[in-house]
Design a binder for this molecule. Sequence first.
Ligand SMILES: C[S@@+](CC[C@H](N)C(=O)[O-])C[C@H]1O[C@@H](n2cnc3c(N)ncnc32)[C@H](O)[C@@H]1O
Length: 217
Amino acid sequence: MDLEFWQESWARGGSATSFHRPDVHPFLETYLPPETLHGRRVLVPLCGKTNDLRYLARHARDVVGVEAVERAVEQFFIEHPGKVTRTGDVWRSDNLVILQRDFFDLSRDDVGDVDVVYDRAALVALPPDMRARYVDALDALLGPGARQLVITLEYAPELGAAPFSVSPGEVVRRYGARHEVMHLRGDEQPFHRMVAKYNLKFLREHAFLLVRRPDVA
Ligand SMILES: C[S@@+](CC[C@H](N)C(=O)[O-])C[C@H]1O[C@@H](n2cnc3c(N)ncnc32)[C@H](O)[C@@H]1O
């Protein structure tokens, strides 16, 4: 699942980018309501062109999205017109910045202080070896008390392609050493587009709230 794969997905569009939702994700509105975002700086790894960025920018102080594929960033700003400036790989519109970068190359200086992380379809976009690297790279950007809403899919049989199936046990295993992990919900979704397409036995969409522990490096 290298960047070439994602470049091609965005170039093809249609079913290759069917992860993109036309709405704001309901779990985002439920678990990060406006009052939890006021005055906060939010990081959105692997942001695509999600409409969730607009919701976050409306309520938070600053939002930093990270997306490697130029076409996705361009489409976001075409679909959400406004005053946009681009300086190299940094796109800015008011309090929203999208860094057109490989997430794995980011440093704390690139993203600044982060109060809240919103991960919808970031962890599940990556194969297992990259998920381990992703969690380490993300944790390196976070200080104590940082909160994170993580939304994953769990399904069977596994497909071995994005979106990958990530169970609650895996979330706890990957994040538990450095974060308090609360499993908020796991909704059965028998009508999710993937169930019929891949003849899945089940599919659940999970939400987790993570809080970075103060006592770990
Ligand atoms: C499954 S999509 C999810 C997009 C968005 N979070 C959403 O909910 O619609 C994953 C996104 O991550 C981007 N991506 C994948 N690997 C990346 C990386 N290493 N650095 C930055 N972006 C990456 C892809 O181009 C794609 O837009």
